[in-house]
Design a binder for this molecule. Structure first.
Ligand code: ADP
Ligand code: ASP
Ligand code: MG
Length: 424
């Protein structure tokens, strides 16, 4: 007997037939004698619809307001998961499985106060363990918890992955299965590059980079938690016959295992390519070049919860003036510009320039630590396709390159093939 947490994403629960199919996956594990808890997302498209409702609420002035109350945003957008949790519990009950749905606050899944992007702080596993012992299947609404203000808090987009891994850690599950619409983690997004290959295993650090650099197959925080708590996490498909051979394999289920580096025998130099669309670039021209300027720029942006990514500062020509360029998600560009304008006197710059609709493509691989020339290969390959590079950042195990939006897919495919990732 094992203890398994099974998470099903939006496309896996997109309609009643798919929810029924999910129930069959759960039944397979229950029939095998395992203790099972399930985490569900909202039906696909539902969260987007709820977010749009919140964002499009007209104000008295008639303007749309992106500056809504985040606590009410959470109250609205958390509702999608409540529906699927209840529906799946009903489907399971129809199969004579003792199942009960749970919302985040009922467990409780305690979070911090950052409404809209809250972090899980504590999960009381006792209630769930009690249910396991009664032979009951708990169906938990993903993406949500309860904040210190006693209000529903959501975990940021894609947050059900994090709910699942956090619950698996809290109940010391033997495995956490993330079921989605692809059968594992690929060398790049298989929707962009059909020649992408599925990996049998990927190291935590690489998955962390892939996820933070745009591969939305797992939420970044879920990978962090899996790494810290050593949760055995598999990414696998719900779109297969639940009773196909091998589906119930306890140690080697079909899919991709996220694991420690040492578990991977043959480590490639480059493991994968990720991309993030909708980046915006902001440049502050002719800044005064003095101590405290960066703090004056990025302090107020951080206070406004704007996530700044690539930062490039020019070397000053004459020691008095310089330029600073950085990227933010396109959705935050307007807010960032207004924060900077409000702080213009404190920062001291001449003009602001901005551009939206850019894309960041990234090359990831632990093997880069010990191999030279990986970046040069990327630059040459992009140049050969006439793709202009706007900014570059690197770390030990990744290279990120900012380019114009329309070149996104070409750049991903070019980088994927220049490292031979499309070959076996
Ligand atoms: P869910 O609704 O199940 O949470 P998501 O849409 O959040 O599913 O994540 C699955 C999607 O992630 C896939 O359909 C795929 O297009 C995308 N994806 C991006 N990069 C990768 C990758 N490297 N491997 C697998 N899938 C990827
Ligand atoms: N439903 C939420 C979203 O679409 C959470 C999730 O699916 O993981 O972001
Ligand atoms: Mg997801």
């Amino acid at each position: 007997m094992a203890r398994i947490v099974m998470k099903f994403g939006g496309t896996s629960v997109a309609d009643l037939d798919r929810i029924y199919n999910v129930a069959r996956h759960v039944k397979r594990e229950v029939d095998a004698g395992h203790q099972v808890a399930v985490v569900v997302s909202a039906m696909s498209g539902k969260t987007n619809e709820l977010v749009a409702w919140v964002q499009n609420m007209p104000k008295v002035t008639g303007a749309k307001s992106p500056f809504y109350d985040a606590r009410e945003y959470d109250a609205v957008v958390a509702s999608g998961e409540q529906v699927t949790a209840g529906l799946l519990a009903i489907a399971l009950q129809s199969m004579d499985i003792d199942a009960r749905s749970w919302q985040g606050w009922q467990i409780p899944i305690k979070t911090d106060n950052a409404h809209g992007a809250a972090r899980i702080q504590d999960i009381d596993g006792e209630e769930l363990i009690k249910r396991f012992e009664m032979g009951q299947v708990a169906v938990v609404a993903g993406f949500q918890g309860i904040g210190p203000d006693n209000r529903i808090a959501t975990l940021g987009r894609g947050g059900s992955d994090t709910s699942a891994v956090a619950i698996a850690a809290a109940v010391k599950a033997d495995r956490c299965d993330i079921y989605t619409d692809v059968d594992g983690v690929y060398t790049t997004d298989p929707r962009i590059e059909p020649k992408a290959r599925r990996m049998k295993k990927i190291a935590f650090e690489e998955m962390l980079e892939m996820a933070s650099l745009g591969a939305k197959v797992l939420q970044v925080r879920s990978v962090e938690l899996a790494m810290v708590h050593k949760v055995r996490t598999f990414v696998r498909s719900s779109f297969v016959d639940p009773d196909a051979p091998g589906m119930g394999d306890l140690l080697n289920p079909p899919g991709t295992l996220i694991c420690d580096e040492d578990e991977i025998v043959e480590q490639e130099v480059v493991t994968g390519i990720a991309y993030a669309k909708d980046e915006a670039q902001i440049s502050l021209r002719r800044l005064s070049d003095r101590p405290g300027v960066s703090a004056a720029i990025f302090g107020p942006l951080a206070e406004s919860h704007i996530n700044v990514d690539m930062i490039v500062q020019n070397i000053s020509e004459d020691g008095t003036r310089t330029d600073m360029t950085f990227t933010v998600p396109s959705g935050d560009a307007e807010k960032a510009l207004s924060v900077l304008a409000q702080n213009k006197d404190k920062i001291g710059f001449d003009v602001i320039q901005s551009e939206t609709g850019l894309v960041k493509v990234s090359v990831i691989g632990i093997g880069m630590r010990s191999h030279a020339g990986v970046a040069a290969t990327a630059f040459r390959a992009l140049a050969d396709k006439g793709i202009n590079i706007k900014a570059i950042t690197t770390s030990e195990i990744k290279i990120s390159i900012l380019i114009d939006g329309p070149y996104a897919e070409l750049a991903v495919r070019t980088l994927h093939s220049c490292y031979g990732l499309d070959k076996n």
